[in-house]
Write a protein that binds this ligand. Sequence first.
Ligand code: URA
Length: 309
Amino acid sequence: MRVDELQQWVALLSWLDAAGVDAAVDESARDWTAPAPQPAPAPVPQPALAAPAPRAASAPRAASAPRAAPAARAAPAARAPSSSRPVGTLIGEAAVGDARMLAAAAGSLDELKAALDRFDGCALKATASRLVFADGDPSAPIMAIGEAPGGEEDRTGVPFVGRAGQLFDRMLATIGLDRRHVYITNIVTWRPPGNRKPNAGETAVCLPFCHRHIALKAPRMVLLLGGTAAAALANTTETITRLRGRWLGLDVPGVDQPLPAMAIFHPAYLLRTPAAKRQAWRDLRAIDRRLDELGIERPAVAWKRAPEG
Ligand code: URA
């Protein structure tokens, strides 16, 4: 390959990468903009062939008379779709049903992880490198739930280890918490290509697993990191700007009592929008107060220690 050709390929790949296209779905390229193939028309019913009239013995067939062409048989029609529903919808509903069944059958966190590993109903599994299940102490009093793994999490299999995760660790430290106190997972457990936001179908199919995760983990408090986790788990269309900072009672199937939960800005958003750290700090202080009320112990933090002397 010539050097200028190579440069063009590198430029194309960098452009795709910058646009978030960083995973191959198929072996060969497919033109998704090409018109969908039309199903073959249904066969037209043919009238029953009339029995040939008995040939008069005395009338020999004229040598020149053309023999009647046999009735053309319709080519077998291509299999028509069995349902008029868009295929994606059917797959989505069936996948959510499967997810519910598999999740409900899991009796422990290990079984839930194994069930997710077996589950093929989320298309993100095809492009992600691995499942990113959870991190932290399963007996920790607090459970934090984010959106979906990013690149670093996909590489390591551990949630919240990239830049956003490091900021989250620093946020926790301001109220005396670390991963011994906080068990961390995501609503969606496979990385969306290019770190895009998971779509509604991907979130819906992972939600039964997340519900079961919460029920098995049985935290005393839940932190919802960002709008995707907050809207899915609080079952609302309210934006994170409206939801954040309020105590919510989270209804989770299999959990008797509504769980105290607070939605806060996602640390990745705070990295992009430092001005919002002010509100995040207010939310952290509200969480700190609630932890005191619940008697959840942690090391004292410097900003709360009385000045000496
Ligand atoms: N963002 C998330 O929501 N989750 C992660 O695990 C990492 C980044």
